[in-house]
Design a protein around this ligand. Sequence first.
Ligand code: ADP
Ligand code: ASP
Ligand code: MG
Length: 417
Amino acid sequence: MARLVMKFGGTSVADIDRIRNVARHVKREVEAGYEVAVVVSAMSGKTNELVGWTRALAPMHDAREYDAVVASGEQVTSGLLAIALQEIGINARSWQGWQIPIKTDGAHGAARIVDIDGSKLVERLAQGQVAVIAGFQGIGPDNRIATLGRGGSDTSAVAIAAAIGAERCDIYTDVDGVYTTDPRIVPKAKRLDRVSYEEMLEMASLGAKVLQVRSVELAMVHGVRTFVRSSFDDPADPRLGDPRNPPGTLICDEDEIVEKQVVTGIAYSKDEAQISLREVADKPGVAAAVFVPLAEANINVDMIVQNVSEDGTTTDMTFTVPTTDFDRALKVLEGARAAIGYVNIQGSGDLVKVSVIGIGMRSHAGVAASAFKALASKGINIRAITTSEIKISILIDSAYAELAVRTLHSLYGLDAA
Ligand code: ADP
Ligand code: ASP
Ligand code: MG
């Protein structure tokens, strides 16, 4: 019998009524003949509350204990959904990460899945039992609960789909698919029928939090057919049961996309802080003196701009780091001041990175130029730019974020009619 993974995010399990609604979605697929593994997130807002408690006690808390606390939200919803399913006559059992087991590496708080033994799960599914799995968690090499980073239930779902050879992985959320940009920012955003793995990877890593980046990587590597769809649709609507093409967005191989657009979507991320080192000595080894200590402190540097010096002696160097690492980065750089040799350091946290994504950019010139022109016409100043084959990212002041996203969305013809 074909297997199906259904994942429900926080808003989809936000309260008891929503959990009942999820149970009805699951029932529909069971009655359609699938063996179903469900992955659930914590109730919306719960994980934030749990994280807040750990921070309130100690800003630099032990990551193992953080995991012990924050993984509990998913334990609650997995049990509740199993009860809701039993109540409507569906044989169901909850599973915590360690019971499967989902094995992770030891990076507590941001662990990666290294192995899933799907055999026990497959056995139970074959007996006609729905498995309700707590997302976001696994078990580390130290035999302790490890969580997969924020938004990690998506990754749990895709990894389980790969491990049990599921026909599909349906990601149910509070929007009915992947849009050309965040529909909460641009009401004119259009739903996409299909998005390639590569584009989705860029969109997710550049700020579209509809899927966790790692889940898209896994889907791509294992060829998991992943659908993003809404849990807010009526579970009894007969159109929802289409096994080949359920309503939503399919994340798939590029060859499965017939009509390729030049630009597929616009993403934005508020998670950028800028650091500028003024009057850095312009000589070999300086970039290493700046970036090696940051790398050693596990700080990811994203955009880098280095000016050519006028006089051949000093230059300015500007780059971005995640806002959460901003203070730490400043400390590291102050510590390395003697080795780097800069005159002063400036930082700003009030920035946003807006990105234009599309596989069609590979074969179309002028996409970046038109973006710069459109932003200039709105008086938006660009602080830094990075590009790759299929994306352009532009760093601007956060006050202009929405204007920039809307401007680019219209510019590339993405607005709904
Ligand atoms: P869940 O709790 O179900 O995991 P998330 O809040 O993590 O849901 O992700 C869904 C949200 O992602 C949507 O409510 C939407 O605001 C946001 N989002 C950002 N970019 C996009 C996009 N391009 N398409 C769809 N949703 C997006
Ligand atoms: N509950 C976790 C979070 O809020 C995991 C998830 O929802 O995917 O990050
Ligand atoms: Mg999510």
